[in-house]
Structure formats: structure tokens, C-alpha cells
Design a protein. Structure first.
Length: 560
């Protein structure tokens, strides 16, 4: 998120803005320095100390980072506090107007470090690293992660031992890595991936293999004793699998190809990653490396052992790819016919038949798919109907186009085409409104209080605002009023203001707490935009009289 400095208050959530300002005014920024031209680093103290980094180009914040755990929105209160610190003179935020003598500009932390490194002797630096590596495990782990690639004794075990040490240090005596300790794991393990990327670029493929497999094994194990609510462990596994996949695209020495292939097969057979997607992913990697039928047979034997609906279908699709590459056409056709109920295989065959203009086969496969999946997989039924529609469109069969697109318009929540528009183009103008009325009648539930999104969309597309307003009144909520504002504000502003007023009054009566008060005030502001200033003022006065003891409500009302 890029933030122009002259507009930052309009772009940041009001709640975060207020908290950031409070931190700034409370003196929470205990250290601030300009690292280089346009790059800043600050320490913000709250329950803990957090480091904020900003990069500014052309009066716009182009990079903002904070090492706090906040992940609900794009920017946290600590970053906002530092922005206020940067802008304090421009925004006149200094509480005192007494002129202070200018302080002598101090050198930035990076500049101080640079100067010290020049002054410290090589021997002193070695002694410092050795001493701190003995007494500080985290320092030692980060040092090894950053410079271990310079060692001559590299292997999967070499990297695995280092990563294991990082994870065990984070787990501590309790043996559990919580979300706060996971940041240490990320910062200390990231250098391994960075080094692996460098190795890949420099054609040092063996070390890429060592690092990626070490990360895979240790991080898979870490799922058992680590909090992955932020997805950090998953990130490392995805990165390791991507490294392995990228490795297969390189021109590798024959010995390394055999080594990677053997690792993938062994990991699969020993069920090293069983229960995870990368269990079968090992065979995908192996498939990228094979050039002869014998190796394909090894993988095919492994695939035959895969059970379960989801895993089984993935294995069947992978097996079909191998059969197409290494077996004769007859064996491939036999396998396809046997496993045509596999949705991936059915899709492939339909796509191929459609591309070849074999519409008869597309229709047969799609209709069989509908019969096969209508009970347990209704989502797939819509996919097969969409192929029937495509054939009807290609053959310009109007009645079937209407039949299939009508079904998909009513039942499809994730449309592949604009079925409403297709219907409008194919139903005769004189019959269009009666056609829509039949759909509305069909989809209207017995309970008139149920909100029907399909009917609502018809009203909007046809600009039937009177009917949309009636539907809204039958399904009243502040969220629904807001959702329909843009369509009804032109002709129904007074009515919307009245509806808002009733709902907000009930809401404030029923719910207590600042979050609820902020919600109510947000809708009061919406009333203002509709032209309801007078009604809003009346409500504010009412709330002040009825709930004077609710201090948070009184505070929020001043911001309306």
C-alpha cells in the first residue's frame, strides 16, 4: 500500500489513525534515525518494542514495515505513529510552541555500525562472534544461517541440523513455538532460502537440493509443535517445493537427477510427508525428471497405492499424463474409459473433443457427468451444463441455449459466462418480462422474509426500483440498506433515512461497547450523505439524553 504523505489521514482506518496519534503524543517513539536518503528506522515502545522501517520517494511512502504481529489490515498503529513523527511540524502536532535549540545531528545506527566495523580489528571481531555464539543460541543460529553456505562440508544433514537448532531454540523448554516466537524462526530461516536462490542462479544445483529437502523435512515436522496461524511454516514448505520444481527445469548432471529422483520415490514410499499435499507432490517432482519407461513404471507403481477420493483423483490424473508419454494409445484409451468419472480426466477429454469440433462426444461426456455428479457434486454439474451451453452456442440452437443458460443463471454462484445477458440476447423481446417473472416466481422462497440475491439482481438489471425497495423493506437491516443505497438514493432518500433511523435507534438500545457505537456512527454518517442532517442531529440529541453514562458512545458521537 503506497501512502502519499499529504493524504495519509484519509487513507488509513480511523481507529488505527487515532491509536497511532495517541502513541506519538504519548512519546512511544524512543528512537528515530534516517538510515539513508529517504529511508527511516524507528523504535516504538508499547507492551513490547517494535521496529518500524519506512522508505519515502517523491513525498510518498513506498515501503512500510513493522515487526509487530498485527495482520488485520494493511498498516498498524506503530507505523502511523512514526508517520506522525515525520509530519509533526507540517501538521502542527508539537504540543509546545516554545522554540528549542537545534540538536546536533547524530549519526544513524547503520553509519555507527559501519564506522565501528572499520575500527574493530579482525581478531576482535572473531572473538566477539565466537563469544556471542557460545552464550546466545539465537545469534549463533542466525550467524550459521547467514554464512553456513561458505562451509566446505555441505549436505542435507548439514542444513537440517541448523534448521532443527533454530526450531528447537524457538520451542524452548515447553517444546512449543507460539506465534510470537515464529517471527524469530522466519527471520533466521529465511537466509537458507535466499542462499538457495543464489545457488540456483549460479548453477550450484546440489546445494539447492540439500537446502530444499532439509527445509521440507524439518518444517513438516514443525507442524507438530508450532503455531502456523500466520502460515509461516506453510510458506517455507511451499518455497522448498518451488525450489525443487525449479531445479527440475535446469540442465542437471545425471548423477544429481538420479539422486533427486531416488529421494522423491523414497520419501513417498516411506510416507515421509503422508497426509500433506507434498506427499503426492514428490511424485510430481519425480515425473519432471524421467526420460525412460522404467522410471515411469516405478512412479506408476507408487501411484497405484494412493487411496482416498481427493488424493486418488490427483493420482489418476498424474498417471494418465505418464501413460500418454510412455505407453501406447490403446492403453491410454482404456485407462481414460475406466476412470472417466474422474472430473479432471472428464474435463480434459471434453476440452479436447470441443477443440476438435467433436460436439457429439462433448454432449455425451457432459450428460454422463451430470448423471454421475448430480447427487454428490452439484458444483461439477454446473461445469458440465456450461459445456452443453457452449455446444448449443456453437451450433446456434436457441432453445437449448435458453434452457441451459436459464438453469445456470438460477443455480450458478460462480458463473463462467454472463448467463443473464445470454438469456436477454436469445429470448424474444415481447416474451422477456414474462420470462423473468416466471424465474422470479420459481426462485421466490415460501418465506417472504428470506433475502433472495438472484431476484434482487434482476430488479437492479431491469431498474425496477419500486420492487427493489419493497424487497428491502421486507428484509430490513442496516447492511441491506447500505447495499441498496446506490440504486435507491435517487428516488427514495427520505425513506432510506427513515429506515436507517429506526434501525440505528434499535441497534444502540440493544448493543453496548465502543465497536458497536462506531458501527452506529458509521451509519449515522451514511444518513448525512443521503441528506438527513436534521434527523442525524435529532438522533444524536436523543442518544445524549438517554445514554449519558455511556462515555464511549458520547465520544464517538462527537466524530459524526
Amino acid at each position: 500500500m503506497k501512502i502519499p504523505l499529504n493524504e495519509f489521514e484519509q487513507l488509513i482506518d480511523e481507529k488505527i489513525l487515532k491509536r497511532g496519534l495517541s502513541y506519538f503524543k504519548g512519546g512511544a517513539i524512543t528512537d528515530f534515525s534516517e538510515i539513508s536518503n529517504g529511508e527511516y528506522e524507528a523504535t516504538v515502545s508499547s507492551t513490547e518494542e517494535y521496529t518500524v522501517q519506512l522508505e519515502i520517494r517523491n513525498n510518498t511512502i513506498v515501503v512500510h514495515n513493522c515487526d509487530c504481529p498485527y495482520d488485520i489490515g494493511p498498516i498498524c498503529k506503530h507505523v502511523v505513529a512514526v508517520i506522525f513523527h515525520l509530519q509533526q511540524d507540517k501538521l502542527e502536532l508539537n504540543e509546545t510552541k516554545i522554540s528549542k535549540p537545534k540538536k546536533k545531528k547524530t549519526k544513524s545506527v547503520p553509519q555507527q555500525v559501519k564506522e565501528l566495523l572499520k575500527a574493530i580489528s579482525h581478531k576482535e571481531l572473531i572473538e566477539f562472534v565466537q563469544e556471542n555464539s557460545k552464550k546466545d543460541k539465537k545469534f549463533r543460529n542466525y550467524f550459521l544461517a547467514s554464512f553456513g553456505h561458505l562451509s566446505q562440508d555441505q549436505s542435507k544433514e548439514f542444513y537440517q541440523k541448523q534448521i532443527h537448532s533454530i526450531l528447537q531454540t524457538a520451542a524452548g523448554k515447553e517444546g512449543w513455538i507460539d506465534w510470537s516466537d515464529m517471527k524469530y524462526v522466519v527471520n533466521t530461516t529465511e537466509p537458507f532460502l535466499e542462499n538457495a536462490q543464489k545457488y540456483l542462479v549460479n548453477n550450484n544445483f546440489e546445494n539447492v537440493f540439500f537446502i530444499s529437502t532439509a527445509v521440507l523435512e524439518e518444517m513438516t515436522e514443525a507442524f507438530q509443535y508450532g503455531d502456523d496461524s500466520n502460515g509461516d511454516i506453510g510458506y517455507f514448505i511451499e518455497s522448498a517445493m518451488e525450489l525443487l520444481s525449479n531445479l527440475t527445469k535446469e540442465k542437471l548432471p545425471k548423477e544429481l537427477i538420479e539422486r533427486i529422483f531416488k529421494y522423491c520415490i523414497t520419501a513417498f514410499k516411506h510416507k515421509l510427508f503422508e497426509g500433506w499435499d507434498w506427499h503426492l507432490g514428490m511424485l510430481h517432482i519425480a515425473c519432471e525428471l524421467i526420460e525412460k519407461e522404467g522410471d515411469a513404471d516405478i512412479i506408476l507403481d507408487c501411484l497405484d497405492t494412493v487411496n482416498g477420493d481427493y488424493e486418488g483423483e490427483r493420482a489418476q490424473s498424474l498417471k494418465l499424463d505418464l501413460l500418454r508419454k510412455f505407453k501406447d494409445k490403446k492403453e491410454v484409451e482404456t485407462y481414460i474409459n475406466k476412470h472417466i468419472s474422474n472430473s479432471s480426466i472428464r474435463k480434459q477429454e471434453i476440452e479436447k473433443a470441443f477443440a476438435n469440433g467433436n460436439f457429439e462426444k462433448v454432449i455425451k461426456l457432459s450428460e454422463d457427468g451430470i448423471k454421475s455428479d448430480e447427487k454428490d457434486k452439484p458444483g461439477l454439474v454446473k461445469v458440465w451444463y456450461n459445456w452443453l451451453l457452449k455446444v448449443a452456442q456453437s451450433q446456434k440452437e436457441t432453445s437449448k441455449i435458453i434452457e441451459y443458460s436459464r438453469f445456470l443463471f438460477i443455480d450458478n454462484f460462480h458463473p463462467e459466462q454472463d448467463y443473464y445477458q445470454i438469456l436477454k440476447e436469445n429470448v424474444e423481446d415481447k416474451n422477456w418480462h414474462s420470462f423473468l417473472e416466471k424465474i422470479i416466481k420459481e426462485v421466490t422462497p415460501k418465506s417472504r422474509w428470506t433475502y433472495n440475491e438472484l431476484t434482487r439482481n434482476i430488479y437492479i438489471k431491469e431498474e425496477w426500483w419500486d420492487r427493489l425497495f419493497i424487497m428491502l423493506k421486507q428484509n430490513l437491516s442496516m447492511e441491506n440498506i447500505q447495499q441498496n443505497e446506490q440504486y435507491l438514493s435517487k428516488g427514495y432518500s427520505p425513506e432510506l433515512i427513515e429506515l436507517y433511523s429506526e434501525r440505528i435507534t434499535n441497534y444502540v438500545e440493544k448493543y453496548i461497547g465502543r465497536n458497536h457505537y462506531q458501527t452506529a456512527c458509521r451509519y449515522l454518517r451514511r444518513m448525512k450523505k443521503l441528506g438527513g442532517n436534521e434527523q442525524v442531529n435529532e438522533l444524536i440529541e436523543l442518544f445524549r439524553k438517554q445514554y449519558p453514562q455511556r462515555r464511549a458512545l458520547m465520544d464517538e458521537l462527537t466524530r459524526v
